[in-house]
Write a protein that binds this ligand. Structure first.
Ligand code: ATP
Length: 224
């Protein structure tokens, strides 16, 4: 049977989506040979602070940001569910949809990966998907810096030399790192700029900025 190209799965709050997210997904697609990257904006994540902007707006921002990229696909299920988002049920849904043989690759920044052991049912992730970790600016996923439970999984599952060929060879279960252009932008920084009425130009695609302005999002008086 021919090997299936791995499919990227990229979840996040995207509050708002910015160039760091876009380059992570684009560079992952290139470096890891992904057929496409499925973007999954979160509904109401429980493992972190509530997003500043509701799911319908965040979904639309991602839709605008990825428009025209043939490798990017929007998956609105979590954002439209109106419920808390958890990674394992999402991966189970994709497995049900795509079958047991399709290699899935969960894309994470190094900061998200370092916190993985705090996620609901996190060990089940490896039975459902591979995990590919982008070296976020100033942060690489060195085993020595990971919490003990995750370090054991990391060492057992790491692909020698981070060879992406391992991703197509199995549907799930391996961990590898990939280098991306270091971009120190974060959604927190973007929210702060916007709340102060300062420019976030070039940190986000222009259609995203236009939508934020049109709907008066992230202004200081909008939130608690
Ligand atoms: P916040 O500042 O609100 O915490 P964020 O910018 O980290 O947000 P998320 O939506 O929480 O954005 O992140 C989604 C995913 O993208 C995570 O895996 C995160 O590690 C990764 N990521 C976000 N920004 C970058 C960046 N600049 N470089 C590499 N990875 C990033």
């Amino acid at each position: 049977m021919p090997e299936l190209s791995p499919l990227g799965v990229f979840g996040g709050t995207f509050d708002p989506v910015h160039v760091g997210h876009l380059r992570l997904a684009e560079e992952a697609a290139d470096a890891l040979g992904l057929a496409c990257v499925r973007w999954i904006p979160a509904g109401q994540p429980r493992h972190r602070e509530a997003p500043r902007v509701d799911a319908a707006h965040r979904l639309r921002l991602v839709e605008l940001a990825i428009a025209g990229n043939p490798r990017f696909v929007l998956d609105p299920a979590e954002a439209e569910s109106g419920e808390a988002s958890y990674t394992v049920p999402t991966l189970e849904r994709l497995r049900g949809e795509l079958g047991p043989a399709q290699p899935l690759v969960l894309l994470l920044g190094a900061d998200a990966y370092a916190g993985l052991a705090g996620w609901h049912r996190w060990r089940e992730i490896f039975a459902l998907a591979h995990v590919a970790v982008a070296h976020r600016a100033g942060l690489a996923a060195h085993a020595s810096t990971l919490p003990a439970a995750l370090r054991d999984e990391h060492l057992a599952r790491s692909v020698p030399g981070d060879d992406p060929a391992a991703l197509a060879a199995a549907p799930a279960g391996r961990v590898l790192g990939f280098a991306m252009t270091p971009l120190a932008v974060s959604a927190t920084q973007v929210r702060e700029l916007l709340a102060q009425g300062r420019s976030a130009r070039y940190l986000l695609p222009q259609p995203v900025i236009d939508y934020i302005e049109l709907h008066h999002l992230y202004r200081r008086h909008d939130g608690p």
